[in-house]
Design a protein. Structure first.
Length: 207
């Protein structure tokens, strides 16, 4: 879903903030950056993740402060199954655009496949700093859910439940959070509550 959002045309294309490198080459910063982004995005659309990684690595070497390019690199690494590298790029994207929850959610998704204590701490911090952002609570809840599956600590499960409950309270149309809450109630042997959350998710998104 986040990949599709990233690939969707933006009203105002990203403009390069690193002009110095381009002044040396005599190429317009905005046109070069956009050309690299289009090239990488086309490869993402074709699921050619290895080539997309190459393009976005080159692009971010020219424009390291472009959130769009760092996000593209993170998505490319994720698609290629290089989850630690994905987290590194996504952390850069999150630091460049603190108001965008997409990199944070993708970090949580990448953490389902690898361990990174620094990334876990980042998700916790974002959840605490952005208390009114449903997706940030969802992301931290996802991190705690994975931790519970590893250590089966009841406190971790309770923490994940709290985060997902905050997410649906802030955004009742967050199908992902409803789905995760259903899975938690399944884990707690509460099938009626689980079914209620699954039905809520279906009502929001029948697919």
């Amino acid at each position: 879903k986040i990949l599709n959002q990233y690939l969707a045309p933006t009203k105002q294309p990203a403009v390069a903030s690193d002009t110095e490198a381009n002044e040396k080459s005599g190429v317009s910063a905005s046109s070069q950056e956009l050309a690299l982004e289009r090239s990488g995005s086309a490869l993402l659309q074709k699921n050619d993740y290895a080539q997309a990684v190459r393009v976005f690595e080159k692009a971010t070497s020219f424009y390291p402060r472009s959130e769009r390019l760092q996000m593209g690199l993170g998505l490319s690494f994720f698609g290629a199954g290089k989850y630690r590298e994905a987290i590194g790029a996504l952390q850069q994207a999150a630091s460049l655009a603190p108001g965008d929850s997409a990199p944070v959610v993708m970090i949580a998704e990448a953490l389902q496949f690898t361990q990174d204590s620094a990334a876990d701490s980042l998700l916790k911090r974002f959840s605490e700093l952005h208390t009114e952002n449903a997706r940030r609570h969802y992301a931290y809840g996802l991190s705690l859910w994975r931790a519970y599956r590893l250590n089966h600590n009841p406190e971790t499960l309770a923490g994940a439940q709290t985060e997902f409950e905050k997410a649906v309270a802030l955004d009742p149309n967050d199908a992902d959070a409803h789905l995760q809450l259903g899975m938690i109630y399944d884990e707690k042997k509460a099938p009626e509550r689980a079914a209620r959350e699954y039905l809520a998710a279906i009502r929001v998104n029948s697919k």
